[in-house]
Design a protein around this ligand. Structure first.
Ligand code: HEC
Ligand code: HEC
Ligand code: HEC
Ligand code: HEC
Ligand code: HEC
Length: 201
């Protein structure tokens, strides 16, 4: 009884084939993981900030309106981030101490920025490519029925802001392509325009 069913040349070819397959599975797997991992990074992106600003305390516990701080959201393309002077409208008075009688760390930092007259270098959580046009005020008109949370998730529960949506083209289009809602302007066949120049101009 011979153990070699195949010729040596065939045997070698099978082995080469298996090796090539093995390599492509490894490389393909790595590429796939890399792509997925990148996508995850963008979606769950939650960078540390220079000062531990906590939306769950400010917008959650103390129920300060989103647009009290992000004043431009209803008026123009950018929502805007409050300046140190805006913070000090409240924090000249509010100087809360911790259990040991020290000023809370975030507030001590805030006072430093105020004294040094330097802006806080916040790290952007959302940042669309420059070739995309987006406008907050267009989305937040009363007739659209949209809320901050529809795009940003429940920020009032976040200790640290996380990007809950990818901001990819598909995400924008998923919403724009929905069938017209009862508040959609007359004559539109989708919920919002989808021609390329809506967002690329
Ligand atoms: C007291 C002021 C204040 C209030 C109230 C507030 N924010 Fe903010 N918000 C900030 C500051 C400061 C930052 C920048 C630091 C950070 O990212 O945490 C910020 C960051 C953000 C970001 C991320 C911006 C980026 O870099 O992409 C979003 C989204 C946001 N806020 C949404 C909201 C929403 C929604 C509400 C209401 C539920 C809200 N904020 C209430 C001050 C405020
Ligand atoms: C409308 C008033 C108001 C504004 C504006 C405001 N805050 Fe506050 N902030 C509060 C209140 C109220 C508290 C809770 C104080 C307490 O717990 O005694 C607070 C608490 C804090 C704390 C401590 C949180 C903790 O308990 O660890 C930090 C840090 C802070 N604010 C930073 C900021 C920064 C930075 C800005 C500007 C981007 C800002 N605040 C704007 C009202 C405000
Ligand atoms: C239709 C989706 C949508 C809604 C609704 C929305 N946002 Fe945004 N928001 C975005 C996108 C997209 C960006 C990134 C814009 C960019 O990078 O130019 C962004 C960026 C931001 C930023 C950081 C950059 C900036 O524009 O200043 C803040 C702060 C913010 N949003 C707060 C809010 C608040 C507060 C509300 C509700 C009052 C809100 N957003 C409603 C989609 C939305
Ligand atoms: C949750 C739903 C939703 C998402 C997500 C969304 N949009 Fe919109 N968008 C709308 C609605 C609704 C309107 C129509 C507003 C109106 O009726 O005037 C609109 C309108 C617009 C307009 C103005 C269109 C015009 O009339 O010229 C632009 C520009 C736009 N969106 C860009 C974007 C971009 C870019 C993104 C993704 C980064 C995005 N939108 C994500 C719902 C959405
Ligand atoms: C509702 C808004 C919206 C509309 C309408 C839209 N795009 Fe985009 N597009 C985006 C956004 C947001 C990005 C950025 C994606 C990113 O950063 O990954 C993008 C990215 C792109 C890119 C870069 C490659 C990529 O996928 O990132 C191309 C090319 C493009 N769009 C072409 C088009 C064409 C062609 C149309 C019309 C058929 C169109 N877009 C319609 C929002 C839109």
């Amino acid at each position: 009884m011979s153990s070699t069913i195949f010729t040596r040349a065939f045997d070698r070819r099978v082995r080469t084939l298996l090796t090539v397959l093995g390599i492509s599975v490894v490389v393909g797997g790595a590429f796939g993981t890399h792509t997925l991992w990148q996508a995850n990074m963008e979606q769950g992106y939650s960078p540390a900030q220079p000062l531990a600003f906590n939306h769950a305390i400010m917008a959650g516990t103390h129920k300060i309106e989103c647009t009290y701080c992000h004043t431009q959201a209803l008026k123009g393309p950018h929502a805007g981030i409050p300046t140190v002077a805006d913070c000090m409208k409240c924090h000249k008075e509010i100087q809360t101490k911790d259990g040991e009688g020290h000023l809370k760390e975030g507030l001590a930092q805030l006072n430093e920025y105020w004294r040094a007259k330097t802006p806080i270098p916040w790290v952007k959580v959302h940042d669309l490519a420059d070739f995309v046009y987006f406008d907050h005020s267009r989305h937040l008109q009363p007739h659209t029925g949209l809320q901050c949370a529809d795009c940003h998730g429940d920020v009032a529960k976040m200790d640290r802001v996380t990007r809950v949506n990818s901001l990819k083209m598909g995400w924008c289009l998923d919403c724009h392509m929905q069938a017209p809602q009862k508040n959609t302007p007359e004559g539109w066949t989708t919920r919002a325009p989808i021609h390329c120049t809506t967002c690329h101009r």
